[in-house]
Design a binder for this molecule. Sequence first.
Ligand SMILES: [Zn+2]
Length: 458
Amino acid sequence: MAKIKTTFFCQNCGAQSAKWIGKCPSCNEWNTYIEETIKQDSKNDRLQLFSSEKNQSANKPVLLQDVGLQNFPRIAVPGKELARVLGGGIVPGSLVLFGGEPGIGKSTLMLQLALRLKNLKILYVSGEESEQQIKMRAERIGISTETCFILQETNTQNIFLQIKEIQPQLLIIDSIQTLYTSHVESSPGSVSQVRECAAELLRFAKETNTPVFMIGHITKEGSLAGPKVLEHMVDTVLQFEGDRNHIYRLLRATKNRFGNTNEMGIYEMQGEGLKEVLNPSEILITHRQNATSGVTIAATMEGNRPMMIETQALVSSAAYGTPQRSSTGFDLRRLSMLLAVLEKRCGFKLGVKDVFINIAGGIRVEDPGIDLALVCAILSSNEDLPIPQTICFAAEVGLTGEIRPVSRVEQRILEAEKLGFEKIVISSFNLKGLNLRNHKIEIIAVSKMEEAFSHLFG
Ligand SMILES: [Zn+2]
């Protein structure tokens, strides 16, 4: 007789409790606990599906000096953007969680990957769409393949039976929330189901050295539906972001055991699928005939890639008592800090004004190197004085109004030069080690905000 056990799980963060509680102590959400039944089987019979002859190859300790660096022979990925975010390619035996809001294009990107990896046998398991729907999508993408199998199935035991038959070299799960395992009795998408299914996939990936991609839907609040637990289990977490109304999609790794997490990939949503954007600077800047006030260009870094982005500001008199501050794509608290510096150190009375900030193209920037560009955009809008579109900025602003240096200034300058900018404003602390003769762009080095302003506004 199987022992039946019930536990309460927070459907928001995956926290567990022996009894029902109204407010989750770990994520502070109300009314998120639901009772889930777990049938505790003897754990052994789950393993036998794919581990019959694997047990002899159990790992043994190795001397550190004998460990080779070529431990991850990666599978080459067609497409530079995905390859960069993954850290160079797909690592065999890795479990990758691919998250994003519903409808943003996760299935399309995964199907594109499956269609383009022509020399690998791929199993695409879909619990969301029928074979016909996937076929139609593949037709739209317009790439033919002879090595991609589609399976419409949601029970993991059945999926593993098919895997045994086909022996795929890459497994794609669309999506983890639709799967269920017979070992857990709660409904698909509940915390214990999602966790148990992911655990089975993890075991499969590690024991057979097969890479697994699983799509996971993200709730409106921005967390992976239900279980944060998933993020701890997998090797890599990829996030697909971007407003559904924007045509650009940003791919980031928020966790990566096999690479760094500050790389970003950009895609453009088109009728036939997602197209890589290899020269983001050119599309993120609006090419205007005449300079407009409140617009500046910042030379920023996304991971190892320099990128020119357009920062926009609108400053107007507050219509109703309390002035508004609003920011899209930039940290609101940092904006408040910059406004306070402008007010206190430079004497601009922005306390009674509404200030709106926007980073063009729907992207989010965390690099403080765009501070100076933002500050200049705010002043430009406030004074209604346009800044020529041939100038760009790469500097951080400190609390005393000093202009601080940025990382990798050389790369930023080169990118600005490549795109035909005539001047770049940087911190004078960045001048050290910079060979000005190498650059044909005019480099303006400043150490205080006043210097930058007097250069721009006279
Ligand atoms: Zn919680």
